[in-house]
Design a protein around this ligand. Structure first.
Ligand code: SF4
Length: 127
């Protein structure tokens, strides 16, 4: 009997529902619903090692601009989200910051950096 896992592919706007067929040993025996090879690869990656880009904020210590928006510089394994959030919660950013500046290097040993997604102070000096 075959096991089935269904994942919604986000490889393109079509959002295909892709079902992975597996034998009793967990070997992939086929796909249903994937319109392309890219979708098959996405679904296999999603089942084995799901990754996401994490977005968050870090403290600034500035009453007028208390939180600086940040994200990981690349997608990271979902299992690392909690350690990354714990490490990010301990950080206080200092001005001036430009969007893209590294706030935390190699956060939680993920090989991704936490980078700013906004300038601080902003273009009009606000923040
Ligand atoms: S399976 Fe292919 S066509 Fe379907 S959503 Fe994924 S990338 Fe797009």
């Amino acid at each position: 009997m075959e096991a089935r896992e269904t994942v919604i592919c986000i490889g393109c706007p079509l959002g295909c529902r892709v079902t992975v067929l597996q034998d009793k040993k967990g070997n992939v025996t086929g796909f249903k619903g994937a319109d392309c090879k890219q979708g098959q690869k996405y679904v296999l990656d999603e089942l084995k090692n799901p990754v996401r880009t994490l977005t968050a904020t870090v403290r600034t210590g500035d009453e007028g601009y208390p939180l600086l928006p940040v994200r990981t510089s690349r997608p990271v394994l979902k299992v690392l989200m909690r350690p990354i959030m714990r490490e990010t919660a301990k950080v206080t950013a200092r001005p001036p910051v430009k969007a893209g500046d590294v706030i935390v290097k190699n956060v939680a040993k993920s090989r991704a950096d936490i980078i700013a997604t906004a300038d601080w102070p902003g273009p009009g000096g606000e923040g």
